[in-house]
Structure formats: C-alpha cells, structure tokens
Design a protein around this ligand. Sequence first.
Ligand SMILES: C[S@@+](CC[C@H](N)C(=O)[O-])C[C@H]1O[C@@H](n2cnc3c(N)ncnc32)[C@H](O)[C@@H]1O
Length: 217
Amino acid sequence: MSDPSRESAFVKRETRRAAPPLVPEIRLHLADEAMDLWQATEADLGRTGLPPPFWAFAWAGGQALARHVLDHPEIVRGARVLDFAAGSGLVAIAAALAGAREVVAAEIDPYARAAILINATDNGVTIAAPDVDYLDHGAGGFDVVLAGDVFYERPMAARVEPFLRAAQGAGAAVLFGDPGRAYLPAAGIEPLAVYDVPVPRAIEDRDIRTTRVWRFI
Ligand SMILES: C[S@@+](CC[C@H](N)C(=O)[O-])C[C@H]1O[C@@H](n2cnc3c(N)ncnc32)[C@H](O)[C@@H]1O
C-alpha cells in the first residue's frame, strides 16, 4: 500500500540531486546505479518483481521534450498542462518554468509521485501529482498534453497512442519525446525537433540517443 511519507523519505535517501545533461537548469533526485536502487525499492516494499525505478532517471524522450518546452515557452504559456507518465517530473517542471498556468503530472507509481513533488519543490514550482490513472479517465480539460518516452512497452503503447490521439481530437496540443523506442507509432506522426541527448550507458548501452519531439498528423 502506498505511504507518501515513506516514499518521500526513500526518494531523498536513495538518490542525489543532479541536472539532466540536456536540461541543466532543472535539478532532480536521480539514481547513480539503476540496479542498486531497484533492489532497494523492492526491499523497502518487502516485495519482488516491482517495476524498475523509472522516476530516478531522466529518459531521453523526457529530456528532449523538456528542452523543447523550455526553448519554446509559447507552447505552454498560460495553459493547463498534463505531463503524462511523468517519471521524475522533468517535463512537468519544464512546463511550469515555461509559464504554464497549471501543471498536472500523471503517474501510477507512488515513488514517482513522491519524487515529482520533491523535485517540483526543489525547482520552485507547483505541480499536482494525483493518484489517478489518466489512461482510464482521458485527458479532458487540458490545453496541452506532453509525454516523454512512453512507447517502450507494447501493452502500454497500445493504450497510450489512442489516449494521446483522443486528447488531440478533443482540442489539446499533444507533443511527445521519443528516441525511436520499439513501439513508437510507425505512421501518422511527424518530428518537430531533434536533439542529441546524453544518456546513461548502463541503461541505454550508448552515450547519446538521437531523440525527436513528435506530434500526430
Ligand atoms: C520511461 S519512463 C518516462 C518518464 C519521464 N516521462 C521521462 O521521460 O523521464 C515511463 C513512465 O511511465 C509511467 N507509467 C506507466 N504507465 C502509466 C500510466 N498508466 N499512467 C501514468 N504513468 C504511467 C511509469 O511509471 C514510468 O515512470
């Protein structure tokens, strides 16, 4: 069961503050070693087979999208923004710093929600991180929907693409950052920008991932 004060203490204890290479103006609580933190998460909950601590890394898609939003603040200025699958909250924080009126970070992992709130406070912005699965509820009411690195797993991608397309169909501006993950939609998308994103070799098996910011066409 989720316990926000324990999850918050865990995030602070097991990570250190660092800036993602492509977004040096934002500092996050990030992991040094993926496997160590994964095992610590399982120990903290007394369960095995938990999802990896995605929230403790700034993924290539999120870094590119956050960079793009900070460099083009007109995308979010004055808008109500949803950062879907927010992880550390990097993209949500970028949107808030760029002048969004309100930012909601969507995350189903309670450790991620704890990290998002801590990271938001550290960067001097306010972000909501409700315990809601927006895939079940849709993104109604948001002017802008952002998603960093969400096409890495087939079952999730199969739900995320229609979710994002529905948001766009309802009038939201939808942008997603992706370095060419396995389940990136094969058609009906176009790139808006491209970034060479420094990434941890231990996770990505390379030092740089060429990453695009995409929209649906
Ligand atoms: C690869 S990480 C990307 C995190 C962040 N956007 C970034 O680019 O650094 C994917 C995230 O999606 C989250 N996720 C998976 N299913 C989700 C759902 N239904 N709603 C919200 N987040 C979800 C995971 O918990 C994980 O933190």
